[in-house]
Design a protein around this ligand. Structure first.
Ligand SMILES: [Zn+2]
Length: 267
C-alpha cells in the first residue's frame, strides 16, 4: 500500500542542540545526502514520499529574515536532490511577515511546495495567533495549500480551533493528534471543525490506543499518517500503520489518500 508521511523535518545539526539524532548519520553536521541515504533505505522509499518541513533554525527565526531564507532553501535543496522521496513543505516566519508572504508565493508557485508547516509556536517563539498568523493562513488559502499546525497541549488545540473558525476555507492539519497528553482535546477540535484534520506524527502513533481513539471518533477521513522523522523511526511507524486494525480501504485513506487530496497531488 502506498504511503505519504505528512510530517517530517530536515535537521542539519544532527540533534546536537535539540536532543535527537539520525542514528545512521556520522557525527557532525548533516548534509542532505545523509537524509537521501537514510530515507532511501527505509520502508517508505518503495511505497511513497515524505513531506519535509524545515527543522533546524526554527528557534532562530527572530534573529533576522536570513534564517527564514536559509531553512527553506535547505529543504528545497533536499527535495530537489530526491524528488522521488520527498515533498516540499514551507516553514513560515511570523516575525518577518512580508518576506514570509513573498517566499510563500515563490515556494508554492515556482518551487513546488505543497504545504505550509510545521507551524511550531513553542519552538519558534512566535504567537499561536494574531495578525501575522492570520495573514499566513489567508495566504495559504489564496495559494490553495494546506497548513500543518503543531499541537501538543489543550491550549494549542483550542488555538487551532479558533484559527479554523476565523479561516473556514483553510485546510488545517493539526499535528500529533493534538499531543500525546492532550489528544482528547485535539480530537474534539477536529470533530467540531470540518476543516481540521489530524496527523499521527510523533508519539501518538505508538502510544497505546491514541490512533484507535482518533479513528473511532473521527473516522478514517480525518486522520493522516505522519512520522516526525528524525525524532521517530520510519520503519517502526510504517509497521504500526500496517498493523492498524482497519479495512484496507480505511487504511488507504490514512496512509496516503487523505494527504494526497489535501495537497492536490497524485502518488
Ligand atoms: Zn510538532
Amino acid at each position: 500500500m502506498k504511503i505519504i508521511d505528512v510530517h517530517s523535518h530536515l535537521y542539519w545539526e544532527n540533534g546536537r542542540e535539540t536532543g535527537w539524532e539520525i542514528p545512521q548519520a556520522p557525527p557532525g553536521p548533516l548534509g542532505p545526502d545523509v537524509y537521501v541515504e537514510a530515507v532511501g533505505q527505509s520502508s517508505l522509499s518503495t511505497r511513497g514520499r515524505m513531506v519535509i518541513y524545515p527543522g533546524s533554525g526554527l528557534d532562530k527565526l527572530e534573529q533576522g529574515p536570513e534564517m527564514l531564507r536559509r531553512i527553506n532553501r535547505a529543504a528545497a535543496d533536499l527535495v530537489e536532490m530526491a524528488p522521488e522521496l520527498f515533498i516540499l513543505g514551507f516553514a513560515p516566519d511570523p516575525f518577518h511577515l512580508d518576506e514570509t508572504l513573498r517566499l510563500m508565493e515563490r515556494y508554492v508557485r515556482d518551487l513546488g511546495a505543497k504545504i505550509i508547516g510545521e507551524i511550531v509556536p513553542d519552538i519558534a517563539g512566535y504567537d499561536r495567533e494574531g495578525p501575522a498568523m492570520d495573514a499566513i493562513y489567508e495566504k495559504a488559502i489564496e495559494l490553495d495549500v494546506p497548513i500543518n499546525n503543531h499541537s501538543s497541549t489543550a491550549e494549542d488545540s483550542a488555538a487551532v480551533g479558533r484559527l479554523a473558525e476565523r479561516h473556514p476555507e483553510a485546510r488545517i492539519i493539526m499535528a500529533h493528534i493534538g499531543g500525546t497528553w492532550a489528544f482528547r482535546e485535539g480530537i474534539a477540535v477536529s470533530r467540531n471543525h470540518e476543516n481540521v484534520w489530524v496527523d499521527t506524527s510523533g508519539w501518538p502513533m505508538v502510544a497505546g490506543g491514541i490512533m484507535e481513539v482518533a479513528l473511532r471518533e473521527l473516522g478514517p477521513s480525518k486522520l493522516l499518517f505522519g512520522i516526525d522523522y528524525p525524532l521517530c523511526d520510519i520503519d517502526t511507524w510504517v509497521e504500526r500503520l500496517d498493523r492498524l486494525p482497519v479495512s484496507d480501504e480505511d487504511r488507504e485513506r490514512v496512509a496516503w489518500r487523505n494527504a494526497a487530496e489535501l495537497m492536490g497531488i497524485d502518488l
